[in-house]
Design a binder for this molecule. Structure first.
Ligand code: ZN
Length: 255
């Protein structure tokens, strides 16, 4: 889900195994610190581990004195967390009562939005069990995940009918989702929580659409024909390009 990390454990293990950090390193460094604190290493031991890891990444360009401060500060920040468990959310269960409330909106755009908000609230509840269920997510992310063009009027409507509670709607708003249940009869399970995938479970359920997981990038794509496809459009195009290159190479070799 955009704006939330649901698989800290996988991201952390991958960075350590590949000795590679994608994008900005701070988030990953904090995850690695959390992992080692969870394994009961002392702050000094954690420092040494992270320092070595960063050295392996930056090699000759490693600025020891700069990173010394960054790593020490991060260790101090992370050591104040309530717990050091790495988040690893594999699925989100949706209950019958929750789906009934969403479906009773009887407007597919509102339903999609309400479904995505519910997933955000449920993930948030797992990440912060002591929170009161409020979420604070960038609105652009919420609309993207809902596969909707940004339209605050839709959110206002959900506020009007008290599906969500919020003081005012700006670009990033704290909202409370009123139709989340603590327990119930599971009607739908969302397994693929990667960006932009959860909404496809609702579309499958509601519109009888069929989605497959791409064998390469694991994103879910709509199954349009009877013959099942293995790859999403993007990956299929990449494969075609590679095949074309191969063919050209063979032609050249033949001449
Ligand atoms: Zn793909």
């Amino acid at each position: 889900m955009l704006g939330l990390i649901v698989n800290e454990k996988i991201i952390c293990e991958k960075a350590l195994a590949d000795k590679y950090i994608e994008g900005k390193p701070m988030k990953i460094i904090r995850l690695i610190i959390k992992k080692y604190l969870n394994e009961k290493l002392t702050k000094e031991q954690v420092f040494e581990k992270v320092d070595n890891f960063m050295k392996e990444i930056y090699k000759d360009k490693y600025n020891k004195s700069y990173w010394k401060k960054v790593i020490s500060d991060s260790i101090n920040t992370v050591s104040k967390y309530n717990n050091y468990n790495l988040i690893n959310i594999e699925k989100i269960d949706i209950y019958k009562e929750e789906l009934d409330i969403i479906e009773s909106l009887n407007d597919i755009r509102l339903e999609k939005l309400a479904f995505v908000l519910l997933i955000y609230a449920k993930i948030n509840k797992i990440i912060n069990p002591t929170s009161d269920g409020r979420i604070n997510i960038n609105l652009a992310y919420i609309f993207k995940e809902s596969k909707l063009v940004s339209d605050k009027k839709l959110l206002h409507k959900l506020v009007d009918i008290q599906y969500i509670l919020t003081s005012k709607i700006c670009d990033s708003t704290t909202m409370k989702i009123n139709y989340i249940n603590e327990e119930g009869e599971v009607r739908l399970t969302v397994f693929n929580l990667n960006d932009l995938n959860p909404i496809t479970y609702y579309l499958e359920y509601k519109l009888n659409e069929t989605y497959n997981n791409c064998e390469i990038c694991a994103s879910r794509f709509k199954q349009k024909s009877k013959k099942p496809r293995k790859y999403c459009n993007k990956c299929a195009k990449e494969i075609d390009k590679e095949k074309a290159k191969e063919r050209m190479k063979n032609i050249r070799n033949f001449q």
